[in-house]
Design a protein around this ligand. Structure first.
Ligand code: NAP
Length: 247
């Protein structure tokens, strides 16, 4: 099988959401053992029941920096050989023009989209370094590259993920660990379901491929970056945006 992940274990954050659940399904389909995280246990349990064996639910709030260490330890204990693939996918938006942006919305977005990934990766990567194999994959965003009015907080966090990954890729390249990002365009998930018909039509017109993305489009890119076949790809950002931006 191409992109065979049998014998590998993956921790996917935000697996209760649109992209995260598709990523979990796709990695599991390739044979990976899964640890799925989010704050909504019911959604995670539903996904675990759907996928069947080799799926473990690890509920936890990544906004609480102090609990991330415990969460990482618990994840490593669940899996026999530690975590091989970390997908930093959990994210939120709190959109507002900068002049109206509250400190709370600024810090919440930076904290969850960027800082939680720092803390979780720092814990999980130690085991990868010992075992000399690992994949760290961040779900950034096209707006981290192009910017978007009303999303200074979110765009800064997503751009920060890209700088973080490049620096870390250099630190761990000699240990068999790759660190990459995916920058999705507009993907149909609960995060984008509040868009009006008019906004969707306008967005669609800006996508050369002519449709909004599906969570499965992003999941396929995660499977590739997680695979043995992608062992020579590091420090990069894979754009999955239907051609709407070609940086
Ligand atoms: P989503 O359906 O809203 O999923 C967001 C996920 O993040 C949920 O599983 C949620 O879990 C989790 N999460 C939120 N706060 C958390 C916390 N404090 N602790 C742990 N987990 C938390 O959105 P999505 O579209 O799938 O987004 C997934 C990622 O893709 C995000 O990083 C997003 O920025 C990025 N992205 C999305 C798009 C798009 O168009 N949809 C485009 C570019 C990038 P709970 O609900 O269980 O708390």
């Amino acid at each position: 099988m191409v992109f065979n992940l049998k014998g590998k274990s993956a921790l996917v954050t935000g697996a209760s959401g649109g992209i995260g659940s598709a990523v979990a399904r796709a990695l599991h389909n390739q044979g990976a053992e899964l640890i799925i995280n989010g704050t909504r246990s019911s959604e995670l349990e539903k996904l675990a029941a759907e996928l069947g064996n080799k799926v473990h639910v690890l509920q936890g709030d990544l906004a609480d920096t102090n609990s991330i260490g415990c969460l990482a330890e618990a994840a490593e204990k669940i899996s026999d050989n530690g975590i091989d693939i970390l997908v930093n996918n959990a994210g939120i938006t709190r959109d507002s023009l900068l002049v109206r942006l509250s400190d709370q919305d600024l810090m919440d977005v930076i904290n969850l989209n960027l800082i939680s990934g720092f803390h979780l990766t720092r814990k999980i990567i130690r085991g990868m370094m010992k075992r000399k194999w690992g994949r760290v994959i961040g779900i950034s965003s096209v707006v981290g590259i192009t910017g978007n009015a009303g999303q200074t907080n979110y765009a800064a966090a997503k751009a920060g993920m890209i700088g973080f990954s490049k620096a870390l890729a250099l630190e761990v390249a000699s240990r068999g660990i790759t660190v990459n990002n995916i920058a999705p365009g507009f993907i149909k998930t609960p995060m984008t379901e509040d868009l009006s018909e008019e906004q969707i039509t306008r967005l669609q017109a800006s996508v050369p491929i002519g449709r909004l993305g599906e969570a499965e489009d992003v999941a396929a890119a995660v499977v590739y970056l997680a695979s043995l076949e992608a062992s020579y790809v590091t420090g990069t950002t894979l754009n999955v945006n239907g051609g709407m931006a070609m940086p």
